[in-house]
Design a protein around this ligand. Structure first.
Ligand code: SAM
Length: 264
């Protein structure tokens, strides 16, 4: 990588690119169906009116649903998650002083959304990003892309990137001031395995340290998990109308919510 290139643009990638492509295909299929209906002779709609209405509704539904979901996923990756990041970092600033942070970590950092955001605020410390670089979960996901973003955000000297699984973080217990994780835990297959990742985040956090967690599913379960361990100053954001609407449209698989808490 040419670290001296002047024109590097920050790009935090597209989350779940395969699912977004699926939504684009659904929209295209809807469009094809609507076009085919238009091309058929008008007699057809008179002879089979129910079939006509059925295929027209199906085509319209597929077109609007696919377009809406693909657009929302693009907006979420390009705009929405930067907004969530800023809200989460603001909350952290209410619970600890940025100048007191010596180590912050971004678990499942991908291309460095939380990593770079925190590195702009941590003036004396370092921020470490851990990831397994799954390209299914984020487009063009690799450590080099993360370092490029750190360079373009002007925080390269405070950032470190390592390959590690969220369930086995190469850090000493109680050694971290701030743990962040954005849209990662739901990617881990079972609740038991997800709990291992949560346990690791808790283990590495020092007493008084802060955890910032955002995900598209199960955030209330994560809250219950940490409260049982004795978390304090917990604040759960249920995502409001946006999360309810997207939850409804996605059959409950996409409910963006956040959690902020502090280790007692
Ligand atoms: C949807 S992306 C989000 C990336 C980044 N946090 C963001 O918000 O832009 C999910 C990330 O979690 C990572 N990931 C998935 N399972 C993981 C695991 N078991 N350990 C560490 N990272 C994991 C993926 O490689 C991917 O980078």
């Amino acid at each position: 990588m040419n670290y001296f290139s002047k024109n590097i643009k920050t790009d935090y990638g597209i989350d779940a690119p395969g699912i977004r492509l699926g939504m684009v295909l659904i929209a295209l299929l809807g469009m094809v169906l609507l076009t085919l209906i238009k091309l058929l002779p008008p007699l057809w709609s008179d002879q089979a009116p129910y079939l006509f209405v059925f295929f027209k509704s199906l085509g319209s539904l597929a077109f609007f649903y696919g377009t809406l979901m693909a657009s929302y996923m693009t907006w979420g990756s390009k705009v929405g998650k930067l907004r969530t990041r800023d809200q989460l970092l603001d909350s952290a600033g209410n619970l600890l002083k940025w100048t007191d942070i010596s180590t912050a970590v971004d678990v499942g950092c991908g291309r460095g959304l939380m990593l770079c955001g925190a590195a702009k605020l941590v003036s004396n410390g370092r921020v470490i990003g851990f990831d397994i670089w799954s390209k299914k979960d984020q487009s063009q996901n690799h450590a080099e892309a993360t370092l490029k973003n750190a360079l373009s955000e002007n925080v390269l000297e405070r950032v470190q990137v390592e390959t590690a699984d969220a369930r086995d973080l190469p850090l000493e217990s109680g050694s971290v001031d701030l743990v962040m994780s954005h849209w990662v835990v739901h990617n881990i297959e079972s609740q038991e395995e997800q709990n291992k990742a949560l346990a690791e985040m808790w283990r590495v956090l020092r007493p008084g340290g802060v955890l910032l967690l955002a995900d598209i599913a199960n955030v209330n379960q994560y809250q219950a998990y940490f409260e049982e361990l004795g978390a304090k100053n917990t604040s759960f954001n249920d995502g409001g109308v946006e999360a309810r609407l997207m939850g409804f449209l996605s059959g409950g698989t996409y409910v963006p919510q956040t959690l902020v808490l502090q280790r007692a």
